[in-house]
Design a protein around this ligand. Sequence first.
Ligand code: SAM
Length: 252
Amino acid sequence: MLLANASGLERAGLFARLREDVAAGVLVEFDTLIARRARREPVAYIIGEKEFYSLAFRVTHDCLIPRPETELLVDEALKRAPPGARVLDVGTGSGCIAIAIAVRRPDLRLTACDVSSAALAVAIENARRHDVDERIDFVESDLFGGLAPESRWDVVVANPPYVADEEGLAPELAWEPPGALRAGPDGLSVIRRLVPEAAARLAPGGTLMFEIGSAQAQAAVSVAECEGLKQVAVQSDLSGLPRLVVAVCAES
Ligand SMILES: C[S@@+](CC[C@H](N)C(=O)[O-])C[C@H]1O[C@@H](n2cnc3c(N)ncnc32)[C@H](O)[C@@H]1O
């Protein structure tokens, strides 16, 4: 991938030229990219791109690199959103969740918020790239704080930060924004604020779904139940690890 990037080729184009010499200028650039990777910078940041839900997303150091396990959240939102539903993505980062939903479901009305204006700029760029920028409202907001107080949503999705402050991480994660990963001593500080705010702003019968760390299922379920949400359930990812909490707002 790094050599393809240095050569300005797609991977298929690179494989078609495997027997050719590499130009000196390309080798210099390739060495630079290898040196960055040797410092454990993730490939997605080096090449500025990551695939998610079969779509290419631009990524910068201002946003989290989309993870494959988060595709579960998109699957579930696509399944559960009724026609014409209002959908909110809290902590949109690169915009990957909201944009993947918008591309698959032109009937939905989407809002995507993030506390980071730099991440939002990347999300807006990605929405333009996939031609859904006119269908998503991007709002700079600390959880629901900056959203219109009268707005209600049928579906709220979130992949919040959920890593505990002191938890050791792979060196690659040090390149990602701490505000996208860390959430207090037990990793639940954002989830504890998100759930009550979402419960207050869901339309009757609306659904909240949010990603969790694999050891957080029990704690996250009890936060949702304490807020009066119903049908609280945990879904596992393809590795069999608890990954998603789904909860429904009671019909009034
Ligand atoms: C784990 S990243 C997820 C990014 C993207 N949704 C994804 O799945 O790749 C969490 C995101 O939430 C944002 N965030 C953190 N705290 C927030 C808050 N209080 N209000 C809104 N967004 C927040 C971060 O800036 C970051 O973009």
